[in-house]
Design a protein. Structure first.
Length: 307
């Protein structure tokens, strides 16, 4: 049974005339009559008394009319709700970022702006476990509207977000600082550059992360060669911070992430400022993304950071 047969039957019950009902349904009368006949065959009962003028419904037709009206009404309501959901999903801003930036900058910069604008934002929490390339692929494939990330000239994979198709706004600057645990006198347990005979255990970033190439690039350009021995690799700055606090070795961490620990003395800087790695924090979007909420959000974000 087709839904349009129900709509045909309701139109016929209202007009009591085949020709007028066919016009209302925008079909020819022969087509309309055939569909009503198919409906009766499906129901295995006569629904229309064709021997009266105007036409009338049989007792079975009266019962069927109530069901037909209820079914079509429920379908219209369901369709309307589905369309509302689709519109909400299309107007949501799909957002991806790394774990450390979500914990800090998303809550301080992105979320408050969306709340002030009344814009819904959908944060893909799975992205906290992504590699740098995964973020780029999501943006290029239009699977994400906004990407918040660190930027450094050594992050070559970000070049795929070319200026012709993507744009960014720098919302802040950050530095990676070398951190170690402290001893009983709150002094660093290791200091850079370290000794060749006793290299410093190094908790490094996984090569697939944003920060690994920036840190590697910076260390290779130091006048003194850092004496480091990789203990383990990790995707997340928060995990590196936890291992550093336990005294397992040295790790380069976003300054914002360790400010409190440095102030309280549970962590200490392991070297002079030349060991710090300067970074930008950028928000990227595709230029031709048609999401109206994204356009509104982007205008406000750009305005705020031009002040």
């Amino acid at each position: 049974m087709e839904i349009r047969w129900l709509e045909d039957f309701i139109a016929l019950a209202k007009t009591r005339h085949f020709s007028r009902a066919a016009d209302e349904q925008n079909v020819t009368q022969p087509t309309f009559s055939r569909r009503i006949k198919l409906l009766e065959e499906e129901m295995k009962v006569t629904l229309i008394d064709r021997n009266t003028l105007p036409l009338s419904l049989t007792p079975a037709g009266e019962i069927f009319l109530q069901s037909a009206e209820m079914i079509t009404r429920q379908l219209r309501d369901a369709k309307a709700r589905c369309l509302e959901i689709r519109e909400q999903e299309q107007s949501q801003i799909r957002f991806v970022t790394t774990q450390s930036l979500f914990l800090g900058y998303y809550r301080d910069y992105v979320e408050p702006l969306c709340q002030r604008m009344g814009i819904s934002i959908d944060v893909n929490m799975k992205s906290s476990a992504w590699s740098g390339a995964d973020f780029i692929n999501a943006m290029v494939a239009n699977e994400s509207d906004l990407m918040l990330c660190f930027w450094h000239p050594a992050m070559s994979f970000l070049k795929e977000l070319d200026e012709e198709h993507f744009e960014y706004v720098t919302i802040d600057r950050e530095i990676l600082v070398p951190c170690v645990a402290t001893d009983d006198q709150q002094q660093p347990i290791y200091t850079l550059p370290g000794e060749r005979k006793r290299p410093i255990p190094y908790i490094s970033y996984d090569e697939a992360t944003f920060l690994a190439p920036a840190l590697s690039h910076h260390l290779q350009r130091q006048h003194e060669v850092p004496q480091l021995q990789i203990l383990t690799n990790n995707l997340h700055a928060a995990s590196i911070k936890a291992m550093v606090k336990e005294g397992f070795g040295i790790g380069w961490l976003p300054k914002r992430l360790v400010n409190d620990a440095l102030n309280f003395g549970s962590l200490a800087l392991a070297g002079e400022p030349n060991w710090n790695v300067p970074l930008e924090i950028r928000l990227y979007r595709a230029k031709h993304n048609g999401n109206p909420n994204l356009s509104q959000f982007w205008r406000n974000m750009v305005t705020e950071h031009q002040r």
